[in-house]
Design a protein around this ligand. Structure first.
Ligand SMILES: NC(=O)c1ccc[n+]([C@@H]2O[C@H](COP(=O)([O-])OP(=O)(O)OC[C@H]3O[C@@H](n4cnc5c(N)ncnc54)[C@H](O)[C@@H]3O)[C@@H](O)[C@H]2O)c1
Length: 259
């Protein structure tokens, strides 16, 4: 029996962009599996979905654990019989001075931003292959194409996301499954607040407001991104885009990334 509702899974659904994407998917009638490492944040998102009378499933898990991706997809498939949309959004955006880089920090960054994303794509891809349909949207960053020494691990991790997007789009194309990515500009989320505060400290900038304003001025449109603008782009790729769009990277960065 075909599912009556589109089944979506959002990683990092407890906060920031992931929470808004989960809410927007619910508003479009999807059932949404909310995945996050932070229990309280998950509960808060789940409560917001309840207010919309949406069906959701909360899965608290550290996505960097060995079998996390498989376990999560198994749980969703068991509950709802499959999965139609995967939003690979969870990430760690840490700053570390270039000449003080550590193996632990790189591993922490790559484990969630790259390895977990790849494993989730493969696990969801297996199910979508069998269904003959599905859409995967990865969240990348303009940083993937910038040279930011104190942000090297994060930037490299997002370059890897771009690579995985292309490879998985090709792997899944024969099965009617699309894989695309969205590159958001600066959104004022918790991750961004911590990242910019750390960056200011490392660069010896004591006037944080001046530092933030300077960074905002670099955006050709002259302002930061609203989370809902980025979420709308994710929703477009996940639901509305023609099914011929795959292996694409969509910039939502106010002109910051022009490639
Ligand atoms: N905020 C920005 O300006 C900006 C800009 C470009 C790209 N991005 C990207 O957008 C996406 C969302 O960013 P955000 O700013 O909303 O971040 P955020 O930190 O506000 O939210 C990320 C969520 O992911 C969860 N998470 C982190 N590690 C996890 C793990 N190991 N297992 C399960 N969940 C985990 C966190 O608990 C959190 O709820 C990320 O991929 C980020 O790299 C953000």
């Amino acid at each position: 029996m075909p599912p009556s509702k589109t089944r979506a899974l959002v990683t990092g659904a407890g906060a920031g962009l992931g929470r808004v994407v989960a809410l927007e998917l619910a508003k479009r009638g999807c059932t949404v599996a909310l995945v996050d490492i932070d229990e309280r944040a998950l509960q808060a998102t789940s409560a917001l979905l309840r207010e919309l009378d949406a069906t959701s499933l909360s899965i608290r898990v550290d996505l960097t654990a060995e079998s996390a991706a498989k376990d999560v997809l198994e749980q969703v498939a068991k509950s709802w019989g499959g999965v139609d949309i995967l939003i690979n959004n969870a990430a760690f955006g840490g700053i570390q001075p270039f000449f003080e880089m550590t193996v632990t920090f790189w591993q922490k960054t790559l484990a969630i931003n790259v390895t977990a994303l790849a494993m989730l794509t493969a696990a969801a891809g297996e199910i979508m292959k069998r269904q003959g349909s599905g859409r995967i949207v990865n969240i990348t960053s303009p940083a993937s194409r910038m040279a930011i020494p104190n942000y090297a691990a994060y930037s490299a991790s997002k370059a890897a996301v771009d690579s995985i997007t292309r490879a998985s789009a090709i792997a899944l194309a024969p099965f009617g499954v699309t894989v695309n990515s969205v590159a958001p500009g600066m959104m004022d989320t918790e991750m961004q607040r911590i990242t910019e505060a750390d960056l200011a400290r490392i660069e010896g900038r004591n006037d944080i407001d001046a530092f933030l304003a300077e960074r905002t001025r670099r955006v050709p449109l002259g302002r930061r991104a609203e989370i809902r603008e980025v979420a709308a782009t994710v929703l477009w790729l996940a639901i509305d885009a023609p099914s011929y769009v795959t292996a694409e990277r969509l910039n939502v960065s106010g002109g910051l990334d022009r490639d």
